[in-house]
Structure formats: C-alpha cells, structure tokens
Design a protein around this ligand. Structure first.
Ligand code: CA
Ligand code: CA
Length: 189
C-alpha cells in the first residue's frame, strides 16, 4: 500500500512544486477552510489582469475567488503588505473577479472566473465606482478590502505588481496531507 501510494504522491508534489514560483499556502479544512492552496505571485515589472488570468490558468489554478469573509481573511493574511501593496495608493494584487462589458455600472454583473456566485463582497467604501468609466476588474486595495480598477491597472496605465492564484488539490494530495504532509509547500524559485 505504501509503495503504491508513494509514486503518485511524489508526482503530485513535484508537479505542484514545478508549476510556478513562490509558496503555496493551504487553507486547511482543520480550521474551517476549503483545503485549496493559494499562492501570491509577485511581478515587480507589472502585470495586467488578462496576463495574470492567463498565467494562473496555465499553471493549473485560477485567479483567486473569494466567496466568504473567512476566505478573504485567509487570503489577505498570506500577503506581505510591504511588498505586495505598491504605490502611493497601496494597490494590491489581482483577484479573479471581473465585470463583463455591458454590465450595469458600477455594481452590476460582477462575477468570478470560476462561475461561483458573486454574493460575498468586501468593497472598499465608495467602490465599485467604475472610475473613469473603465474599471471592470478586481484587486485588493489598501488592505483586505476590494476595489474595481481598469485592466491595465491604475488609470489603465500603472500595472499592478502581482496576483493571487488558487489551486484545487487532487484527492491524492489531500491524502498525503492527511497522512502528516506539509500544509505549506515551498516551490523552487
Ligand atoms: Ca465597472
Ligand atoms: Ca474603483
């Protein structure tokens, strides 16, 4: 039994460790979480929402979708405020929320990239405001609260410097964790 499990588990761990760079943080069901992994990807040169979305899906996850206050607290807790929030206005990383073109402004039609219900929200007061008529994408702003912003960042010209990816682990990975595996997987840089 041990030998039969070891191979797939190692393959999964190697796959997780090779998907991209950074530290995977597990929101454990032991503390009321969903057992998903989250990863903050720092992009000092800047990245727009479309690029972040493509990168997240190509690495096997998706831009983080936040559907409860508890999840918002967990995801925000893994951010380093000093490096993940940038600029005069403390712009934080991209999330997986967006507003399709043609939605009633400023608050209509918001959805998650996964299709999960967009019922829980944590807008910063005054948002969403569809500033400049072009703000249809979601990110953390000045803390754990959200802002709608343009796809290319502030004023559609100052890109954000990171994004958060959410991964749903395979059952075998959860079994590995249940057997005493790590709750934090450190990726190779
Ligand atoms: Ca908008
Ligand atoms: Ca806004």
């Amino acid at each position: 039994m041990k030998c039969r499990l070891l191979g797939p588990i190692l393959v999964l761990v190697i796959m997780l460790c090779s998907m991209c760079q950074g530290v995977l943080m597990r929101w454990s069901s032991d503390v009321g979480g969903n057992d998903h992994f989250y990863e903050v990807i720092s992009v000092p040169s800047g990245i727009n929402w479309y690029q972040a979305n493509t990168s997240a899906t190509s690495s096997g996850g998706y831009l983080a979708t936040i559907t409860s206050a508890a999840e918002n607290s967990f995801v925000y807790s893994i951010l380093d405020y000093n490096t993940d929030f940038i600029g005069e206005w403390d712009w934080g990383p991209w999330l997986g929320g967006y507003q399709p073109a043609g939605s009633p402004e400023p608050s209509g039609g918001w959805r998650w990239v996964t299709g999960e219900p967009f019922t829980y929200t944590n807008w910063k007061p005054g948002n969403p405001d569809n500033g400049g008529g072009i703000e249809n994408f979601l990110h953390f702003l000045q803390g754990p609260q959200w802002n709608d912003i343009a796809p290319y960042g502030a004023w559609n010209s100052i890109p954000l410097q990171g994004y958060i990816v959410e991964y749903i682990p395979e059952p075998a990975t959860l079994l590995f964790l249940g057997l005493g595996g790590l709750s934090v997987l450190r990726r190779k840089v």
